[in-house]
Design a protein around this ligand. Structure first.
Ligand code: ADP
Length: 395
């Protein structure tokens, strides 16, 4: 059985054709600049092609992908019927969805009603869903939500201390994101701990970064909020800051509210502090060469993660495991080392030799004496989407 996993963005479409039982990836790729000119990177059978191809809308992009899968030089299926289901990544499921669902008209209208909360993402996901329903009317479509895993948070975590009416009337609350990754990584950690009543902290550190406190397999707090802007210092996002900064800077820099939000989303974070790049590798390189702003950016980033670890230790009443995942979490030994050092008083002891070993397997990087286990667990969001899709359609 094969599942097509789609992640439709406003001008892009990421895809993978996966066998969810064996986890084999049959094909993977990315359509970019949809509606502008169109660029495709496609990989199948260890062969990669890059092409400029006109893609006026997502419809042409999906048609091109299906055509490559069936008729391309490195074709991987004989007919469209071999795709048994399509799993769609959907960023915002609001309070409607606490797990993945088979998409019907009701699900579509709920995703649509959440557009005000995810104006950049949900419209693009709906385009992807609607085109698949049109092109492959007999193939089930499944929605896998970034927010779903966090629906178990208690009100003490998800409510902001603003008038309650704003939650009731305008749905203002913490939703959290990266749920697919936090769910997968925490489950892997629980297997490694071999413990059901577990207290796990997941640090998903990529360009977008968030942390999650997971108690007995359920999210009870997370660092992203109403939008993915809250929490950690990210590639270009500020994360937490005093809301008074917004008004103050809008006046000083003569910015509109939209410009300000764009500034905090796109010009801030590691890029804003370092003035070098949003890419941590470049910042680490600059810091090694003595760049003070690069060093400060790394300090702020690690300090923020450390503060979240300590606050989640309180929320969880202890920690069994801290897990690092995503581009930075999996690869940046410097960040892991800096985050964990100084937390020995909490029983967090990183093993510096294990920490620098590179591979792509789940592994332990804490000392044998460490009360808290420290794990690296490579995330695999596409696989989780394929797996959820398979579970919903296999019957
Ligand atoms: P996203 O999916 O959120 O776009 P990723 O999970 O791919 O992001 O992570 C991208 C980040 O990982 C970049 O900031 C990049 O610099 C960082 N990264 C990748 N490899 C390394 C490495 N070896 N050392 C430090 N940072 C790394």
């Amino acid at each position: 059985m094969l599942v097509l996993v789609l992640n439709a963005g406003s001008s892009s479409l990421k895809y993978q054709l996966i066998n969810p039982k064996t986890t084999e990836i049959k094909a993977t790729g990315l359509c970019e600049r949809i509606g502008i000119d169109g660029r495709l990177v496609h990989e199948a059978k260890s062969h990669q092609i890059k092409k400029d191809l006109l893609m006026p809308t997502h419809k042409e992009a999906i048609e091109i992908v299906l055509d490559l899968l069936i008729h391309g030089e490195e074709k991987v299926i004989d007919s469209i019927d071999e795709i048994k289901a399509i799993g769609h990544r959907v960023v915002h499921g609001g309070e409607y969805f606490n797990h993945s669902v088979i998409i019907d008209d009701d699900v579509v209208s709920k995703i649509q009603s959440l557009i005000p909360l995810a104006p950049l993402h949900n419209p693009a996901h709906l385009i992807g869903i609607n085109i698949c329903r049109e092109l492959m009317p007999n193939t089930p479509n499944i929605a896998v939500f970034d927010t779903a895993f966090h629906q178990t948070m208690p009100a003490s975590s998800y409510l902001y201390a603003i008038p309650y009416e704003d939650y009731k009337e305008h749905a203002v609350r913490k939703y959290g994101f990266h749920g697919t990754s936090h769910n997968y990584v925490s489950k892997e950690a629980i297997k490694m701990l071999n413990k059901i009543d577990s207290k796990v902290i997941v640090c998903h550190l990529g360009n977008g970064s968030s942390m999650c406190a997971v108690k007995n397999g359920k999210s009870i707090d997370t660092s992203m909020g109403l939008s993915p802007l809250e929490g950690l210092v990210m590639g270009t996002r500020s994360g937490d800051l005093d809301p008074a900064v917004i008004n103050y800077l809008m006046e000083k820099k003569n910015m509109t509210a939209d410009e300000m939000i764009n500034y905090l989303n796109k010009k801030s974070g590691m890029l804003g502090v370092s003035g070098i790049s949003s890419d941590l590798r470049e910042i680490i390189e600059a810091a090694k060469n003595g760049d003070e702003r690069a060093k400060t950016a790394i300090d702020i980033k690690c300090n923020r993660i450390k503060k979240y670890i300590c606050s989640y230790a309180g929320v969880l009443n202890g920690i069994d495991a801290i897990c690092f995942t995503a581009g930075i979490g999996e690869n940046a030994d410097l960040i892991r080392e800096r985050v964990c050092s100084g937390l020995e008083f909490m029983g967090i002891e990183i093993d510096n030799e294990k920490n620098i070993i590179r591979n792509n397997k789940n592994r332990v990087i804490s000392k044998d004496s460490s009360k808290v286990k420290i794990y690296i667990i490579p995330t695999n969001e596409e696989y989780v989407i394929a797996h959820d899709t398979y579970e919903l359609v296999k019957a």
